[in-house]
Design a protein around this ligand. Sequence first.
Ligand code: ZN
Length: 372
Amino acid sequence: MRLMASLYRTHRPKTLANLIGQDQVAATLRNAAASGRIGHAYLFSGPRGTGKTTTARILAKLLVCRKREEDAKFAAEGEACNDCDRCVAVDSGALLDVVEIDAASNRGIDEIRELRERIRAVPTQGPKKVYIIDEAHMLTTPAWNALLKTLEEPPAHGVIILATTDAEKLPATITSRTQRFSFRRPGKADLVAKLAGIAEAEGIQIDEDALELVAAASGGSFRDAESLLEQARGAGATITVTHLEQLFGRVSSTRVHALADAIAKNDAGAALTILNESEVAGASISDLAKQLVHYLRRATAITADASVAELYRDALTADELETLKGFSSSLTPERGIYLTRTFLEAYRELRTSPLESVPLEIAIVEATRELK
Ligand SMILES: [Zn+2]
């Protein structure tokens, strides 16, 4: 049995080109590396699982890669070779000149004091010493004070990379001395593309609908998406949407669209059948209602102004967006507003109802009688 996080480790990007959803960060770092202008201090901020630590390791390799040091033409490409002794050692955590400190586990005081002493000493294996401080917002004031001294007068060979989910907690005296990069949550299409690549490489049988469900359940974190895929794989040879709906308590976008479509067409029979099938399949009725409300409110917003659809490009895949637009064109704004309100109310009731599906069922009957 493989560990839960193994997919994440195996398929972690090893080059800037392989970073997904962080084009701006990758392009800027590649240019800096290509022109040999990598700075002394970096701040990587953004939500968890967006690739901050992974990028910090890639940056460390760019700084110590032997091939880059010996081959100017290769160095101008702005990527590490991932093949030389030093790149391999960084990947396995064996290069002494690249140190990772987890500020969350011990608040970092001793580590930062040690960093202050050791970063001054000449590197032992390569041209640079790199300190990656993870969860940097957890550092204490004494640790920041110790770090500030180093940032004020960094040794020529020293590079410090701070990674954090909460940059606002860092002292301004520190952040003003760093080059700051913001990592964005990847779009759903980015996550699906990445998961599809992993599934293919690992021989995991999973269809597009199921991949979308994994991406949606991950909340925009690559790490969580990959753990969920790993979890899904553990349960059977072929991964189906129905299976995942039970496993994650999350309903597929196909089911949500079918329900919205039946309601919009005043087809009570079809809508109630979908609700019943969802219950039988063990899907979460609460999640079905919640996603239905999101679906309806987005469609309604598009009826007001078609360009609003662009706002949903990160939350939805390209196919889902097209389906939503098509659905929206079947609605008048008034009908959209009525349906959104009706099902929002049903969702509110459902959360305190002793019988989860009843408020949704009543709302379906009511909405499909409405002749607006
Ligand atoms: Zn290398």
